[in-house]
Ligand binder design. Structure first.
Ligand code: BEZ
Length: 220
């Protein structure tokens, strides 16, 4: 199957709030279509190349944490310019060397049709490798967070899980997640939206800096 070009206009870089462009492609887990993941969270991420040091450590770490993503009802999908058979050979090497099976799909994107639509390749870059871009896509297919790291810096899997936890927590309760927030910590209230609320607040900073009231039975 040739990669089916992502649908919808991609005239500017994708941003938070955009619908993740749909695509179909071959992957190590068989043919995949992005829209088939609707109803679950999805972390879609690119890596520069198979058989490279940082990428190998990322895939080993992600495969070892696959159950943690699953527990959050979140699927993983990787993508690079390498061929399907390169992906297979790399996953076989990872299994034999690190004793862990990468079971989430790795998409082949030899023409970079998906990578370009998602801004995973620098347009002016002569190198066709994708950078380490990560998209957090919610069950409705909306991009809720994204990050971009250079080829030389590996991603933090705990930070990926924390981002997912924060997005899921703010969807479940009206609140915003402060710096260094971890699952189980209090959320903050979204800031006041009108001057009456500002004047009515008790403390000087309470109109913009206050913990959200947990819903009945909600864990702190
Ligand atoms: C790496 O994964 O180690 C890597 C990939 C591409 C360029 C540099 C490093």
């Amino acid at each position: 199957m040739d990669n089916a070009a992502p649908t919808g206009p991609a005239l500017r870089p994708l941003r938070i709030g955009d619908t993740a462009p749909d695509f179909e492609a071959r992957s190590t887990a068989g043919p995949v279509r992005l829209s088939d993941f609707r109803g679950r969270w999805l972390v879609l991420f690119s890596h520069p190349a198979d058989f490279t040091p940082v990428c190998t450590t990322e895939f080993v770490a992600l495969a070892r944490e696959a159950a943690a993503f699953d527990a959050r009802d979140c699927a993983l999908m990787a993508l690079s310019v390498d061929s399907l058979f390169s992906h297979f050979a790399w996953l076989r090497m990872i299994r034999d060397r690190f004793d862990v099976e990468v079971r989430f799909p790795i998409v082949e994107d030899p023409t970079l049709v998906v990578g370009r639509a998602y801004g995973m390749v620098c347009a002016q870059d002569s190198d066709s490798a994708t950078v380490r871009t990560t998209f957090f896509i919610d069950p409705a297919g909306t991009i809720r967070a994204l990050s971009c790291y250079p080829a030389s810096v590996g991603r933090s899997i705990p930070e990926m899980l924390r981002t997912l936890d924060a997005l899921q927590a703010i969807d479940a309760a009206e609140g915003v997640a402060p710096a260094n927030w971890q699952a189980g910590d209090a959320l903050l209230r979204p800031p006041a939206q009108d001057i009456d609320e500002v004047f009515a607040a008790e403390g000087q900073a309470d109109w913009f800096l206050r913990e959200a009231t947990p819903r009945k039975g909600e864990r702190r």
